[in-house]
Design a protein around this ligand. Structure first.
Ligand code: NAD
Ligand code: K
Ligand code: MN
Length: 348
């Protein structure tokens, strides 16, 4: 490739403040990656309030036809029902079939070479579970009744299971924990659990996952365990909603949600995205932590095979964290987003 075409979808709130960080960081990599060409793309709740659509068809089309990969910021989805609105990120994950959301959470050890006390990856199923958003409201004998469909399919569970086993196989500890609640939801979570457990026995697995140690844990006690002894976890695979919650919980263990990156990945497209939302409490103040987004760009590069570039981004971010001088307020610092970006660029 001569150039790498990257769709940028900042969307709402601090998404707009952190996406430029990734852009500058990618530009700073020079010849470590093909020359990045950026295409700015529209989506989000603010865009919806102006136009009546949250995810324009053009954005999806350009992503499909012109982009090698993409970076998404964050969207401000309201907590009440807004007629005609549907979250563009949930829609994009489905439209582009980005079935796996990979969320590494690790602490940066104070001294290089030292073992971090948290070093795990949440592998979140990204297309179904309660996020199919099939909800309805009816009038029952004792007032309103709300129902939602929770979809778990064998196909999606197998795909996410394969992604998780593959990831575990390539990590030093080769350890996988299946997160579920099959003691209560024996049909839905039961299917997820059994299908993931069955991955090593699939014909195309050819015994390659025999070296992965498989454990399982009910989602509630998994959260407890995460806070008591996070070091026991390596790769955690979970249905959509549990994965969403677990990764925010794990983020608290390493200092801030503003540090946690992710990639939404499918068989032929990858979209980096910080795990955090639009953070209305700090949006517009210029103090959002840009490191999760720079790390998301690194994950995206790694997924595309540009390890040298990815390593340089990660190294620069880790160095800034380790030095502890130029940090945003979420990490106890007093620096602005732009100062942290400049510091990372210096290290790159
Ligand atoms: P949030 O992740 O936006 O914020 C949670 C807390 O973490 C806030 O105190 C915020 O200030 C802090 N925080 C998050 N990112 C930070 C960063 N980079 N630097 C410093 N501090 C940071 O979660 P929320 O408040 O529950 O949700 C706000 C909005 O974001 C909602 O409308 C929600 O729908 C949306 N959301 C979107 C996504 C997404 O785009 N994928 C994900 C989660 C939430
Ligand atoms: K986000
Ligand atoms: Mn979330």
């Amino acid at each position: 490739l001569e150039s790498l075409t990257i769709g940028l979808i900042p969307a709402d709130g601090i998404g707009r403040e952190v996406i430029p960080a990734a852009r500058h960081a990618l530009e700073a990599l020079g010849s470590d990656i093909p020359k990045p060409e950026f295409i700015d793309l529209l989506a989000g709740f603010e865009y919806f309030t102006r136009t009546g659509t949250a995810l324009p068809e053009e954005t999806v089309q350009i992503l499909r036809q012109d982009c090698d990969c993409a970076l998404f910021g964050s969207v401000s989805s309201p907590s009440r029902k807004v007629v005609g609105y549907s979250s563009p990120i949930v829609a994009l994950r489905k439209e582009l079939d980005l079935y796996a959301n990979i969320r590494p959470v690790f602490s940066v050890a104070p001294n290089p070479g030292e073992q971090p006390n948290v070093d795990l990856v949440v592998v979140r199923e990204n297309t179904e579970c309660l996020y199919v958003k099939d909800e309805n409201l009816s009038e029952g004998p004792h007032g309103k009744e709300a129902r939602a469909t929770r979809l778990i399919t064998e196909r999606a569970s197998r795909r996410i299971g394969q992604t998780a086993f593959e990831l575990a196989l390539n990590r030093p500890r080769k350890h996988l924990t299946i997160i579920h609640k099959s003691n209560v939801l024996s049909i839905t979570d039961g299917l997820f659990r059994e299908t993931v457990r069955g991955v090593p026995g699939l014909p195309d697995s050819n015994g390659k996952y025999d070296h992965v140690a498989v454990m399982e844990q009910l989602v509630d006690s998994a959260v407890y365990r995460l806070f008591r002894e996070p070091q026991v976890f390596d790769v955690m695979v979970a249905p959509n909603l549990y994965g969403d919650i677990l990764s925010d919980a794990a983020a608290a263990l390493v200092g801030s949600l503003g540090l946690i990156p992710s990639v939404n990945q499918g068989d032929d497209f990858v979209m980096g995205e910080p795990v955090h939302g639009s953070a209305p409490d700090i949006a517009g103040k210029g103090i959002a932590n840009p490191l999760a987004t720079i790390r998301s760009a690194a994950l995206m590069l790694r997924q595309l095979g540009y390890d040298t570039g990815a390593n340089r981004l990660d190294k620069a971010v880790n160095q800034v964290i380790r030095e502890g001088q130029i940090l945003t307020p979420d990490l106890g610092g007093t620096s602005k987003t732009q100062e942290v970006i400049d510091e990372v660029l210096k290290k790159i």
